[in-house]
Design a protein around this ligand. Structure first.
Ligand SMILES: [Mn+2]
Length: 355
């Protein structure tokens, strides 16, 4: 949570630069980050010297309890744009890049003379560096996911479908206190493991197959994200080599960061170079990793095109993968926290788990 006065201070620069007399934060994760509001409908309206939380009668009571230090305004019987037109009538209103074109068109019906100015990532940038409290919640989400996965392993055997395993894993995580899964669980077996985002299907697992699990859960709004690979039988030579390439790529990225590299694109490149040495570069098509917090994918983005940097306090994944089409794929994903030193948050070992 950020105090309204502090928020005004932090946004003063951008508001002056863009000549805004008001800035509307509408993306719900950003609203939650700023105010602590956990409902699904709410806005933060920032002006030069105050910031207000706005919601509708469904959430007024809840917001008064959750949004400590925030003035809660209940919007009743009219649209936000109508209320803004009647009260503050902004000349230049900042909106986030997430506002839909449809919402913008509707707002213009009331705010006819207002100039709308898109601002990018104002709150996302504030969210990059995690507080101790946020870190605690991420760690708990990770602990729940890891323990659930360990329990799931006894159920991974030939004849079980990917979907059943995904359901079991979700069930285990929910039973341990997770609010939700952080994304649709990926269980990809055999040749499907070469699909980087092979969401669990009805496919039944066969003997001697590799099974890739990518999963995570949400604890008090905060996400976790892990990828591990299981082999039903003994790992083959080639599988071992691909795994080694992936683990070496991950280690090289981690070492670069430990040696002070902060450019996300350069960290990505470091990992890619290792895969190149193994001849697997063309089988790795996605970014090396991403920030994790209130959203499963947030800043910083560790990819070739990213302009992001790793900053103190950021939590992110490192997840190189090699996908051999029609054959198999291996990805290992760990979570890290940068605070002076780089701390590996994931505690599961990275070996292929032979069952
Ligand atoms: Mn991930």
């Amino acid at each position: 949570m950020v105090k309204p006065s502090e928020l005004c201070g932090r946004l003063k620069g951008i508001m002056e630069e863009k000549g805004l007399d008001a800035l509307l934060i509408s993306k719900i994760e950003n609203v939650r980050y700023l105010t602590g509001f956990t409902g699904t409908s709410g806005f933060v309206l920032v002006r030069e010297d105050n910031a207000l939380f706005i919601t509708d009668p469904r959430y007024t009571q809840q917001a008064k309890r959750e949004c400590e230090g925030w003035e809660v305004f209940e919007l009743k019987g009219k649209r936000l744009s109508q209320w803004m037109a009647e009260t503050i009538a902004p000349k230049r209103l900042g909106v986030e890049q997430w506002l839909t074109l449809g919402s913008l068109e509707r707002m213009k019906e009331h705010l006819k003379d207002t100039v709308f100015v898109v601002v990018f990532d104002v709150v996302e940038n504030m969210r990059v560096s995690k507080t101790e409290d946020e870190l605690k919640m991420i760690k708990e989400a990770l602990r729940i996911a890891e323990e659930s996965f360990k329990e799931l392993l006894s159920l991974v055997k030939p004849g079980v479908s990917e979907r059943d395993l995904a359901l079991e894993l979700e069930w285990l995580m929910r039973k341990k206190g997770a609010e939700a899964v952080s994304f649709s669980i990926i269980v990809a077996s055999g040749a499907r493991s070469a699909l980087p985002h092979g969401v669990a299907s009805g496919k039944v697992i066969e003997p001697e197959e590799l099974v890739l699990f990518d999963f995570g859960c949400v604890h008090r709004g905060y996400c976790s994200d892990i990828t591990r690979v299981v082999k039903l039988g003994k790992v083959s030579r080639e599988e071992k080599r691909v795994w080694q390439a992936v683990v070496d790529a991950s280690r090289a990225a981690v070492e670069a960061i430990e040696n002070g590299e902060r450019s996300c694109s350069r960290v990505h490149k470091t990992a890619e170079e290792v895969l190149s040495k193994y001849g697997y570069n063309e089988y790795f098509g996605h970014g090396l990793g991403h920030g994790v917090g209130l959203e499963i994918h947030e800043k910083p983005s560790l990819s070739l095109l990213s302009e992001d940097s790793l900053v103190d306090g950021c939590v992110f994944t490192v997840e190189p993968g090699v996908y051999l089409p029609g054959r198999f794929g291996i990805r290992i994903e760990d979570m890290f926290y940068l605070k002076g030193d780089l701390v590996r948050l994931t505690s599961l070992h990275s070996e292929i788990i032979e069952l």
